[in-house]
Design a protein around this ligand. Structure first.
Ligand SMILES: Cc1cc2nc3c(=O)[nH]c(=O)nc-3n(C[C@H](O)[C@H](O)[C@H](O)COP(=O)(O)OP(=O)(O)OC[C@H]3O[C@@H](n4cnc5c(N)ncnc54)[C@H](O)[C@@H]3O)c2cc1C
Length: 437
């Protein structure tokens, strides 16, 4: 018996992040034999610490909600700050979303979060192996094969009836299939780090994410339970090209451009190294094929501004588990089920994209931050509640918000036309940045 025959499973999963561990756990619960290969060893660093309220039902389904509660910081709202509009700050409380049943989410250290998800899938019977890097895959035929190398460089072969790529930004299958496309509508990059002694909000607002618009993009502040704060700047390419100092210095300098952040960071110190992620928006033009599926960041990633990455990864994994289980049951590719899966994943991503592409535009700033008396009008409150539903991760599933969201988008258009010159100049700038090398 060779390696591939010995290591044969119903399902092979590449990657042990939120997407991979979720799909592996759920398929194991359905009685499938599942093997998951992770190149790193948990706990390992990962960026992406702010979860959405709609993550909670998924965590509950996985049976890890109590564990996440133990390591997480409760986040009741997303706070937006702008120096560009009349109102400098507005806080969007999740309790005011159209579905008020999930009034908070969590901020988590990903090393801890991903480790508990990984252990959970092992407890559910998944053969989850760390320190095993997938180097090649064979997609032809009914048995899919994977070549991998362990930490000592020893080769291993695995095989399965179904292969799932959850390898995140490494995009193992999309690279192999040559299907990875840079997103032509969005080209920003991020620099970030963890800081100690950053001033926090008080009371129930302590765990809120703070987002600041500034002239070169936007900045996040995510408070973590152990006292550290994750801080990152998402910037236009032209600004990042001006860097002529070490990354940590450049990050510090960029943060100091915003007076309130400078104040909140008066006593702050960088804990560990500053990091950068360039050109992060991409999508594969293939989501599935005969006996394989791409989920989470292995399929697409747009932008972290609405903290949607982990939610989208786990949601696509949850839907993917149902799909793969049914396909394995029937033993034939079922076109309807596959297109239903693909449409739902694309629609969820699209729901965030509308806001992401316009996030830095003056028209959206004005709409999101409008504080005048008219903002208290019940109709405007309804629109705000729809926007909060998007921020909570409930954009796709909640039919109640479709109409208010359409009205919001219409208002956006009117705002854009009302200040045509300003918005047109911004659009020109954005296009030029998207074309930058
Ligand atoms: C700057 C930035 C900030 C972000 N902030 C947020 C945020 O606040 N909230 C949020 O929800 N999302 C955020 N995200 C997005 C979030 O990090 C991702 O969307 C999320 O981690 C996707 O989960 P995943 O399981 O698909 O991939 P990952 O979490 O990346 O997991 C993939 C796993 O696959 C493993 N792997 C890779 N290649 C191989 C291989 N060849 N063999 C074996 N294993 C392999 C990796 O080691 C990794 O453990 C942010 C992203 C960026 C770039």
């Amino acid at each position: 018996m060779n390696d591939a025959q010995r290591n044969h499973y119903d399902v092979l999963v590449i990657g042990g992040g939120p997407a991979g561990t979720t799909i592996a756990s759920l398929l194991a619960e359905k009685g499938r034999s599942v093997c998951l290969l992770e190149k790193a060893h948990h706990p390992r660093f990962h960026i992406g610490e702010s979860l959405l309220p709609m993550n909670l039902p998924i965590l509950e389904k996985l049976g890890v909600l109590d564990q996440v509660d133990a390591i997480g910081m409760k986040k009741y709202a997303a706070e937006f700050n702008s120096t560009d509009t009349l109102l400098a700050q507005d806080t969007f409380y999740f309790a005011k979303a159209a579905n008020p049943n999930h009034p908070f989410a969590y901020q988590v250290r990903r090393s801890e979060f991903d480790e508990l998800l990984f252990k959970n899938c092992q407890q559910k019977g998944v053969t989850a192996i760390e320190g095993m890097t997938v180097t090649d895959t064979e997609l032809e035929g009914s048995v899919k094969k994977i070549q991998a190398r362990d930490d000592q460089g020893e080769p291993h072969e695995f095989s399965a009836r179904y292969l799932i790529d959850a390898s995140g930004r490494d995009t193992v299958l999309a690279q192999q299939l040559n299907s990875k496309q840079k997103n032509p509508k969005h080209k920003m990059a991020a620099i970030y780090g963890h800081f100690n002694s950053v001033e926090r909000r008080t009371g129930n607002d302590t765990g809120n994410i703070s987002i600041y618009w500034f002239q070169h993009g936007w900045i996040w502040l995510i408070p973590l339970k152990d006292g550290a704060t994750s801080i990152g700047c998402v910037c236009w390419p032209d600004y990042l090209k001006t860097r002529n100092t070490p990354l940590a210095e450049f990050l510090q300098h960029t943060l100091e451009l915003v007076p309130e952040i400078r104040e909140r960071m008066k006593y702050a110190q960088l804990d560990g190294e500053a990091q950068a992620t360039g050109n992060y928006s991409y999508q594969s033009n293939i989501m599935s094929g005969d006996g394989f599926l791409l989920i989470g960041d292995a399929y697409a990633f747009v932008d972290p501004v609405f903290s949607s990455g982990v939610y989208l990864a786990m949601q696509s994994a949850m839907r993917g588990a149902d799909l793969v289980d049914q396909l394995l049951e029937n033993n034939t590719p079922h076109k309807y089920l596959i297109s239903q899966f693909e449409n739902s994943v694309s629609a969820e991503i699209k729901a965030f994209c509308w806001f992401i592409y316009r996030f830095n535009s003056p028209a959206l700033h004005k709409l999101l931050m409008s504080s005048d008396e008219a903002a208290q009008h019940p109709v405007k409150q309804k629109l705000k509640s729809a926007v909060i539903s998007v921020l909570a991760g409930d954009a796709y599933n909640n039919p109640e918000i479709r109409l208010p969201l359409r009205a919001f988008k219409f208002l956006y258009l009117i705002n854009k036309l009302a200040e045509f010159k300003k918005n047109h100049a911004f659009n020109r700038f954005r296009k030029q940045q998207n074309q930058a090398q």
